[in-house]
Design a protein around this ligand. Structure first.
Ligand code: NAD
Length: 381
């Protein structure tokens, strides 16, 4: 069975699907691995390292894509790359099926079996394959670093000969994987940290990381199937904003990470709330490309509002490509283990809930109801 690692073409995508260490392990298990020339370059993994690990470097992209039984990617393929995929072949990567269902339709038309890393169930058994978590962790960490680099202040309390510096106040909105890592990172840098999430069960996790939980009493169910947040009512959003206003105003840094799968990100910080922040404060909106948690944030840009810097970074994991690729490669290799027999033969078992959940197209059909629904909406527009 031939497994291929594609070179990423998306702008600013510096990650690579498999790193040489992981390749070496897969080769030992009897798998044949090919890598597109230069695929690991932006993550500092040279073609020579892949060769040493036992992979074959292929310069001709058409040949690599066309001969692969399983093609591994990070970002979704460009539309004109889909034609290079072998009919009946397998594609695995972040395919953004709910955000871009039209791409999934194209993969289905090409009769590709597509597995989307976003659709791997968030269960205990699937933890080692949970690429959303491995990458969100990096986003949360990096969000704090870019906030601190742009804040005209120290994060920690400092007692110096020139006097005492008060620590920065950081507010984290949304305490999922990215938010919890942001809390931990801001605490390590010495900031005073508060956090808020509509899922009440995260309160203890927030506190265990040394942050204060901002309590907002909401009289509705906020947790959906699978432990994700539900989209809350407009009334509940209003109530949340009322409570958060004074916390936002008192913060030097606000990092927003709130998302509801398949929906536009909720607005948690309004323009009025930004106007009440001290000049020099920094907001990092990790949901800027999902509609934004902060009014006025722009995906991929830094915006200034009354002296407040609102940052809307896109794809932060790609800015740390060495470890982002390493953990992603481990997620992929754990998933591959489920799909390959001891003899190295492909065995796609749809009775396995992880395969069933992740597989969005097979045999010319879209398998996921959620993707079909998203496609219906997109077509209806
Ligand atoms: P996410 O990226 O979808 O959302 C980030 C956070 O935003 C979530 O904590 C969510 O509750 C919060 N949020 C949504 N709307 C909000 C609002 N209006 N105000 C404030 N906060 C809001 O979430 P995620 O980080 O991918 O993880 C979400 C869920 O997945 C959690 O239940 C987590 O425990 C679960 N999970 C399970 C596993 C596993 O078991 N393998 C692994 C990772 C995550």
């Amino acid at each position: 069975m031939k497994i291929a690692i594609a070179r990423e073409l998306a702008v600013n995508e510096r990650r690579v699907a498999l790193i040489p260490d992981v390749v070496a392990r897969l080769v030992k298990q009897g798998l044949e691995i090919c890598v597109e020339a230069g695929a690991g370059e932006k993550a500092f993994f040279s073609d020579a390292l892949y060769e040493e690990a036992g992979a074959k470097v292929i310069a001709d992209s058409g040949q690599l894509w066309g001969e692969a039984d399983v093609l591994l990617k990070v970002s979704p393929p460009e539309p004109d790359e889909i034609g290079k995929l072998r009919e009946g072949g397998i594609l695995i990567g972040f395919l953004n099926p709910l955000g871009d269902p039209a791409l999934i339709q194209k993969l289905s038309d090409r009769r590709v079996t597509a597995l989307s890393m976003e659709m791997v169930p968030r269960t205990s058994r699937a933890q080692s394959m949970d690429a959303l978590s491995s990458q969100a962790n990096i986003a949360g960490y990096k969000a704090v670093l870019i906030a601190s680099a742009n804040l005209p202040k120290y994060f920690p309390m400092l007692t110096t000969a020139a006097g005492t510096i008060r620590p920065a106040k950081v507010l984290i909105l949304g305490a999922g994987v990215a938010g919890l890592q942001a809390i931990a990172t801001a605490r390590r840098l010495g900031a005073i940290v508060e956090a808020f999430d509509i899922r009440p069960e995260v309160k203890e996790q927030v506190q265990s990381l040394g942050a204060k939980f901002v309590d907002v009493t909401l009289e509705e169910d906020t947790v959906a199937e699978g432990g994700y947040a539900k989209e809350i009512s407009e009334q509940a959003k209003q109530r949340t904003r009322e409570v958060l206003t004074e916390h936002v105003a008192a913060s030097d840094v606000v990092i927003t990470t709130a998302q509801v799968p398949g929906k536009k990100a909720p607005v948690l910080v309004t323009a009025d709330m930004v106007a009440q922040m001290k000049p020099g404060s920094v907001i990092v909106d990790l949901a800027s490309d999902q509609g934004g948690n902060c009014e006025g944030s722009e995906a991929g840009k830094n915006v200034q509002k009354n002296g407040v810097t609102i940052m809307g970074p896109i794809n932060l994991p790609a800015s740390m490509p060495v470890h982002a690729s390493e953990v992603y490669a481990k997620n992929l290799s754990a998933l591959l283990k489920l799909m390959v027999t001891k003899e190295g033969e492909l065995d796609l078992n749809f009775e396995d809930d992880i395969i069933e959940g992740a597989c969005v197209t097979h045999g010319g059909e879209i398998r996921s109801e959620r993707v079909k629904q998203a496609l219906g909406v997109a077509v209806g527009q």
